[in-house]
Design a protein around this ligand. Structure first.
Ligand SMILES: C[S@@+](CC[C@H](N)C(=O)[O-])C[C@H]1O[C@@H](n2cnc3c(N)ncnc32)[C@H](O)[C@@H]1O
Length: 216
């Protein structure tokens, strides 16, 4: 079988955003990705780490992490006010520990908009939406510049699985290529911790994502 894997979004349309948030309440494998990333933060960073999330969306990962780790502070970056409004509702009572930042990851100056330097930069299901490998490479480069030595980058995102005969949108590409781009950005030993919801033969656009981690 073959076909095309990709998705269209209206990130600035409040109605689309509300519908998207309702459809993608995290399932068990998605929660597994959040736990992998939380484990990395706790293993690699200091206890009161400042965590920056790129593309916070409805705030599901933010809430998951803030509920389970009472010490970290959080910066939630997104370019959609509609998603930021939903994230504020999701994060609810934990909002005082979060700074919300509206910035576009395509613009190379997004690090200038941060409230402070992060100890960890994390992201889930967002960077593939930047449109292709060069845009992801640019974000990896800015992350390397902004992180301190020993800082963590963890990107859980849709990938194109090895061995597929399907076409994928350009933002979804192979794990090996992500690792190459991370090395080119300056990260010494990037790794993939997991390939979640793998489906080579008959994939949907919600399957096949990896947990890519690198320490500066
Ligand atoms: C799938 S959502 C992220 C889900 C989120 N990680 C969670 O756990 O709830 C992807 C987000 O990336 C944001 N995004 C897409 N392109 C962006 C860009 N160029 N700059 C900043 N944010 C962007 C979208 O607005 C959307 O909120």
């Amino acid at each position: 079988m073959s076909g095309y894997v990709g998705a269209e979004h209206e990130f600035h349309d409040p109605e689309f955003v509300r519908g998207w948030a309702n459809r993608f309440v995290p399932t068990q494998p998605r929660l597994q990705l959040f736990d992998l990333i939380l484990g990395q933060i706790e293993q690699v960073c200091k206890p009161n780490a400042h965590v920056l999330e790129l593309g916070t969306g409805p705030g599901y990962m933010a809430r998951h992490i803030l509920e389970r780790n009472k010490l970290v502070s959080y910066e939630a970056l997104d370019f959609s006010d509609a998603f930021i409004n939903v994230a504020k509702q999701t994060i609810g009572d934990l909002t005082p520990r979060v700074v919300f930042t509206n910035a576009d990851l395509i613009a190379q100056d997004w690090p200038d908009k941060l409230s402070r330097k992060p100890d960890a930069i994390i992201s889930t299901w967002a960077l593939h939406d930047l449109g292709g490998q060069q845009a992801v490479a640019n974000v990896y480069g800015r992350c390397h510049e902004v992180l301190p030595d020993g800082g963590l980058l963890a990107n859980g995102d849709f990938i194109k699985p090895d061995g597929t005969s399907w076409d994928y949108e350009p933002g979804r590409f192979e794990i090996a290529r992500h690792l190459e781009l991370l090395r080119e950005a300056g990260f010494a030993e990037p790794r993939s911790l997991a390939h979640l919801e793998p489906n080579i033969e008959n994939p949907t656009s919600a399957q096949n994502y990896a947990c890519l981690v690198a320490v500066r």
